[in-house]
Design a protein around this ligand. Structure first.
Ligand SMILES: O=P(O)(O)OC[C@H]1O[C@H](OP(=O)(O)OP(=O)(O)O)[C@H](O)[C@@H]1O
Ligand SMILES: Nc1ncnc2[nH]cnc12
Length: 203
């Protein structure tokens, strides 16, 4: 297929996303500040000493949800085929991000990264440590070599979850093109384990 010049490119053209021309651009700083103001911050949950960052109220706010999806996507336009959302809140972000990408001329599906024991026939499983315990995640058998995957989660804390997700995707022969999260817990230095993560806010 001959690559068209940008001037004649239409939304829906298979070249649109590949040329990075998906129209998802970064939201205004005021919109981001508003979204941040909707966060719930819960001291000593789920155990003493942990300050839980809960994005649930932002998800319930139409403008806030769109703002998060736009900001999470903006640096990665046209670079991915699938958005890997990590159960549970990452699922919702990935769904919103894929919907927005597809509505604005790009192309994206969702890869559901599930907590262990939920998928009928997982293709791979990785165990990891959390700020409050340990866990394991599994991937469904939908990844193919050459798939470009963007990972998304709500919070980057120790980095164990995103690191495990990178490992899962890579083990299944696909390429991780980036990772993004809404909130980074600075004190835990999660990028040491998870690698580079584009995060919208830090606390
Ligand atoms: O950077 P890490 O230390 O790995 O922590 C981040 C993860 O912890 C939370 O999920 P949790 O495992 O508590 O599960 P939940 O989504 O079911 O609440 C959060 O949603 C991230 O997925
Ligand atoms: N502080 C925190 N807030 C929300 N999710 C988390 N996962 C690990 N630490 C967390």
């Amino acid at each position: 297929m001959r690559r068209p010049s940008a001037g004649v490119l239409r939304r829906g053209s298979p070249w649109f996303g590949q040329l990075g021309l998906s129209t998802v651009s970064a939201p205004a700083p005021e919109a981001l500040n508003r979204a941040k103001s909707l966060f719930a911050v819960i001291p000593d949950y789920p155990e003493p000493g942990v300050t839980f960052q809960d994005i649930t109220p932002v998800l319930a706010d139409p403008e806030g949800l769109t703002t998060l999806a736009e900001a999470l996507l903006a640096p990665f336009a046209g670079q991915f085929d699938l958005i890997a959302g990590i159960e549970a809140r990452g699922f919702l972000l990935a769904g919103a991000m894929a919907g927005l990408t597809n509505a604005r001329g790009g192309s994206a599906g969702v890869l559901t990264i599930r907590k262990a024991g939920k998928l009928p026939s997982p293709a791979a499983k990785v165990s990891y440590e959390l700020e409050y315990g340990s866990a394991a995640i599994e991937a469904p058998d939908v990844l193919r070599p050459g798939h470009r995957v963007l990972i998304v989660d709500d919070v980057l804390a120790t980095g164990g979850t995103i690191a495990a997700c990178r490992e899962l995707v890579t083990e299944l022969g696909a390429e991780v093109v980036g990772a993004t999260a809404v909130m980074k817990v600075e004190a835990l230095d999660g990028e040491k384990i998870a690698g580079e993560v584009h995060s919208l806010f830090s606390c």
